[in-house]
Design a protein around this ligand. Structure first.
Ligand code: TMP
Length: 205
């Protein structure tokens, strides 16, 4: 089972990733967590290149290719072997981050991005994707509170982040594998929605 969390900055998705991991582990499931960009040694190095420094330090194509390179390493070394081993994989961001940020918001061809992604993953798609939806004004306020150096994307304009939100909603509304959750409710409420959904729709398969 391959579960992905998506959402804008400060949506609380990383907290929810951790809570779902703990829930599944406590219920006896083999489960791992990974993130994008990141997850592997190379992926984490690429993450630093992508998320630190000035907004304009690279062009949008260079940026997209580095995100995809990080995905390829994470897929080959972490996600593919775990799925093969019947381990549940929870991934903090995946292909739809690339479609939303690089594709819809940076105007890079969606077909091109989909082609590269499906080459990397051999057409594997997540079984379930949770979109933690939040107004970027609230999300950015939350994420800026964390003392974090990975703020290259946070520093982009509010207009950019509003486009990201719309892009995610557009992707999610066209896809049955999505559950859209209001990220402004409490951590516990969001976690309850997710664990109930996992129990109902996935673990009973
Ligand atoms: P996060 O891990 O703290 O959510 O930050 C990752 C940032 O990278 C976030 O701003 C979204 C961005 N991103 C992309 O633009 N494209 C991608 O493919 C991925 C995985 C992330």
């Amino acid at each position: 089972m391959f579960i992905v969390f998506e959402g804008g900055e400060g949506s609380g998705k990383s907290t929810q990733v951790k809570l779902l991991y703990e829930y599944l582990k406590a219920n006896g499931y083999k489960v791992i967590v990974t993130r994008e960009p990141g997850g592997t040694k190379i992926g984490e190095q690429l993450r630093t290149i992508l998320l630190q420094g000035k907004i304009d330090k690279m062009n949008t194509i260079t940026e997209a290719l580095i995100f995809l390179a990080a995905r390829s390493d994470n897929w080959e070394k972490i996600i593919k072997p775990a799925l093969k081993n019947n381990t549940i994989v929870i991934c903090d961001r995946f292909q739809d981050s690339t479609l939303a940020y690089q594709g819809i918001c940076n105007n890079i061809s969606i077909d091109l991005l989909n082609d590269i992604c499906s080459t990397i993953t051999n057409n594997t798609v997540p079984d379930r994707t949770y979109l933690i939806d939040i107004d970027p004004v609230i999300g950015l306020r939350r994420s800026m509170r964390h003392c974090n150096k990975d703020v290259r994307f946070e520093n982009k304009s509010i207009e950019y982040h509003k486009r990201v939100r719309e892009a995610y909603l557009q992707i999610a509304n066209n896809n049955d594998r999505y559950l859209i959750i209001d990220g402004t409710t409490t951590i516990e409420k969001v976690n309850n929605i997710i664990t109930q959904d996992i129990n109902n729709r996935l673990l009973k398969r």
